[in-house]
Design a binder for this molecule. Structure first.
Ligand code: C5P
Length: 418
């Protein structure tokens, strides 16, 4: 993907051992299409050299506010005006304190203070957001001064990307590690996505279900969960709080998404019914097993050598989507339900029929064999008015389009909760 194409990011490094992760972050940002201008404090240069960062960013690194390479000798103005965002990773406790007080005694802090907070001023036409990835020892992180600074920086409009937990370079264990480059990358990509679902709660089901035959065997299907996970990620990027009810799949949980792991259709139903009380949008992408074994065994079923096969009996599973779509919240318009249909042929007719059968305002059709396990898909949206094609693209790109489409529908019908 090229999720940061056209974005110019100032990557600021302050002093901390996590500077070594900034090298990888720089690469990741560029791989995603961004251009990166690195600015380092003197303390950062104790941990990693400007040579490394110049080689990775393919641009000279700036460190001094007196840098004569700028014709007007104002690197703090020039570099901040061309940025789409300033990302400080790592941001030390000391640098946070500096930002809080509006101090400006080195190029990086000077740039942060000089950056436009609102667009439309003379000489520039856009605000330059500031994001920070704190990195410090756990005691420094937990200190009331740091926590107070963080709260005030948030009020001042800084986006704080949080910290990781685990082993620290000092040998202690706790909160305060800088987030991993891959996590920071996801966060910055999310930051640039339009917040069309701000304040909404989205519930997504994803993956297959697993219906036990006995304690070691079961019935499942080929659903990879990728479409549902991409929808959960896109909803989070759009500003929603997201609950993802996932069948057994080995996919990483998208950043910021609350995941509930389930196995069987009945487990999934229980999890969904609880969450559907508070959600505003329900997107059912899970490939729920139609039947479960009625006479599943508590112990492993054994071959007895006679050639006899187990006499399995089946019972139909509850239809999770249809039952949620019948709930008073869905019927009153408080909960917008979206179904998926994986078909092998006659996509339009099958999707239209399924939409009516499930009782949902929007049904999304796709061709099962063309999507299961893949990173790409093509979608057909079917509603009461007609259809809309989303041509083949990555599941994440399609999910972002679908989320924007759902937000549009809800805005048009006044279904957004305030
Ligand atoms: O009937 P079919 O399985 O094709 O319907 C697909 C849609 O219904 C998907 O949105 C799927 O998540 C949902 N579904 C469900 N519970 C079931 C079966 C399907 O929520 N038992």
């Amino acid at each position: 993907m090229n999720d940061l194409a056209g974005k110019h990011i100032v990557l600021g490094l302050s002093g901390g051992i996590a500077c070594y992760k900034a090298a990888e972050l720089c690469r990741a940002l560029i791989k995603e299409g961004a251009t990166v201008q690195v600015v380092m404090t003197e303390a950062a240069e104790q941990f990693i050299t400007p040579v490394t960062m110049q080689a990775l960013s393919n641009r000279p690194v700036y460190g001094s506010q007196w840098d004569a390479r700028e014709p007007n000798n104002m690197p703090h103005i020039n570099l901040s005006r061309e940025a789409d965002a300033i990302l400080i990773a790592p941001c030390s406790a000391d640098f946070m304190a500096k930002l809080l007080h509006g101090r400006a005694d080195d190029l990086l802090s000077l740039m942060c203070l000089a950056r436009p907070l609102t667009g439309g001023g003379s000489g520039n036409d856009k605000a330059v957001p500031l994001l920070i990835a704190p990195a410090m020892n756990r005691e420094m992180w937990a200190h009331p001064a740091t926590q107070r600074n963080m709260a005030q920086l948030t009020l001042d409009g800084t986006t704080i990307l949080g910290v990781g937990t685990g082993d620290q370079a000092c040998g202690e264990t706790g909160d305060g590690r800088m987030l991993e480059p891959a996590e920071l990358l996801q966060d910055i990509i999310a930051f640039f996505q339009p917040k069309v679902l701000a304040g909404q709660h989205v519930l997504v089901t994803a993956g297959p279900t697993y219906e036990a035959i006995d304690p070691v065997r079961g019935i499942t299907n080929l659903s990879s969960g990728k479409m549902g996970f991409a929808i959960a990620r896109a909803a989070h990027e759009a500003g929603a709080s997201v609950t993802l009810v996932a069948g057994p799949v080995h996919l990483p949980t998208p950043r910021g998404v609350a995941r509930i792991n389930v196995k069987s259709a009945q487990n999934m139903l229980e999890a969904v019914v609880g969450c559907a009380q508070v959600a505003n949008i329900f997107v059912a992408t899970a490939a729920v097993a139609d039947w479960r074994v009625a006479n599943s065994s508590d112990h492993k079923i054994k071959k007895d050598g006679s050639g006899a096969v187990p006499a399995l009996q089946f019972v139909e599973n509850p239809d999770i989507l249809a039952s949620v779509a019948q709930s008073p919240r869905a019927q009153s318009g408080e909960l917008f339900c979206v179904g998926f249909a994986a078909e092998s042929q006659d996509l339009l007719a099958n999707a239209q029929a399924k939409r009516l059968r499930k009782g949902v305002p929007l049904l999304v059709g796709n061709i099962g064999p063309d999507t299961f396990g893949q990173d790409n898909n093509a979608l057909l949206l079917v509603d009461a008015q007609g259809t809309q094609d989303f041509p083949r693209a990555s599941k994440l790109a399609l999910s972002r389009k679908l989320i924007a489409n759902i937000a549009c529908r809800m805005r048009a019908t006044g279904q957004f909760s305030s």
